[in-house]
Ligand binder design. Structure first.
Ligand SMILES: Cc1ncc(COP(=O)(O)O)c(C=O)c1O
Length: 285
């Protein structure tokens, strides 16, 4: 339709139908699944999340898939797990969604913008990455942006040579592979972040996931994704018997009702999880 009007302050006369950036398609099965979830009382972090984590992790071929509230949260957790803190630097591509850089700020770190390869490829430029690595560089985030897979082999080599953690922002690339690499994008670094926001390839309104092969990163993300509460909760907030420890900044604490046992980790561990263990106190959680 000629002269179709777009909503918003700036109206463009395209001379043809606008091509939508995305299109949300939901069928009756999706609506029914939501209704079933609401009826079940598990409004957050229930059995459906566990099933999705297992299925998505299997699909990616990765040991751990940890659901989060967004890819931004997954990036934040990935940076923290990589040890990014105040005064550190995280190298990110100059062209990406703001969350890649903002998550570094959430850790108190400084995002350092590196050039992308050019108009023909919006991926971060490995040569420019090398030029920007300094003593404070703690992590590099490779973004698989808008269909351009970041050059992971070159970036991994650089990260290994400089002792820098390699994180992947795979918000745009669930299930994608590149020639010569069997593993899926988002599983090639220390941790990968996926997005299920409404305009993404797999959409559920809001949501994200951290994928990792590293047991400690997974335990850290599971703990920190929900205020260090490891237990799942139903709408009635009863604790499930399977998970009864929470991580605190000083160690882990049993959260079975009535048990206040606390077993700090070593001071040098700074509260980082090593392994989720059982409560040694009387409750035998
Ligand atoms: C490249 C990239 N990274 C991260 C995000 C953040 O995703 P979320 O909205 O799930 O936090 C987006 C969202 O558009 C994105 O495009």
């Amino acid at each position: 339709m000629a002269g179709h009007k777009l909503a918003g302050p700036q109206r463009l006369s395209l001379g043809h139908d606008p091509i939508p950036a995305f299109d949300v398609r939901l069928d009756e099965a999706d609506v029914e699944a939501v209704a079933q979830t609401l009826r079940s009382g598990w409004l957050t972090m229930g059995p459906r999340i566990e099933a999705f984590e297992a299925e998505f992790g299997r699909h990616l071929g990765v040991q751990h898939a940890v659901a989060t509230s967004s890819a931004t949260a997954a990036l934040h957790l990935a940076y923290l797990a990589a040890g990014v803190g105040p005064g550190d630097e995280v190298i990110v591509p100059g062209i990406t969604f703001v969350a890649t850089a903002a998550a570094a700020r959430y850790c108190g770190a400084r995002p350092v913008l590196a050039e992308v390869l050019g108009q023909h490829d919006l991926s971060i430029d490995p040569e420019d990455v090398v030029a920007r690595i300094g003593p404070r560089t703690k992590a590099l985030c490779a973004v698989h942006y808008a269909g351009y897979a970041a050059p992971m082999a070159a970036l991994r080599e650089i990260c290994e040579a400089h002792g820098v953690a390699l994180i992947e922002d795979a918000a745009h690339s669930p299930s994608a592979t590149v020639p010569g690499e069997e593993r899926k994008l988002g599983t090639l670094g220390l941790a990968g972040a996926f997005s299920f926001f409404s305009n993404k390839i797999i959409s559920c309104g809001e949501g994200g996931l951290l994928a990792t092969a590293d047991d400690e990163v997974a335990a850290f993300a599971r703990s920190r994704r929900s205020h260090a509460i490891a237990a799942t909760r139903s709408a009635t907030t009863s604790w499930t018997p399977a998970s009864t420890t929470v991580w605190t900044s000083r160690g882990r604490r049993c959260c079975r009702p009535g048990c206040r046992a606390s077993r700090p980790t070593s001071p040098s561990a700074g509260g980082s999880p090593t392994a989720i263990g059982r409560c040694s106190a009387r409750c035998r959680a």
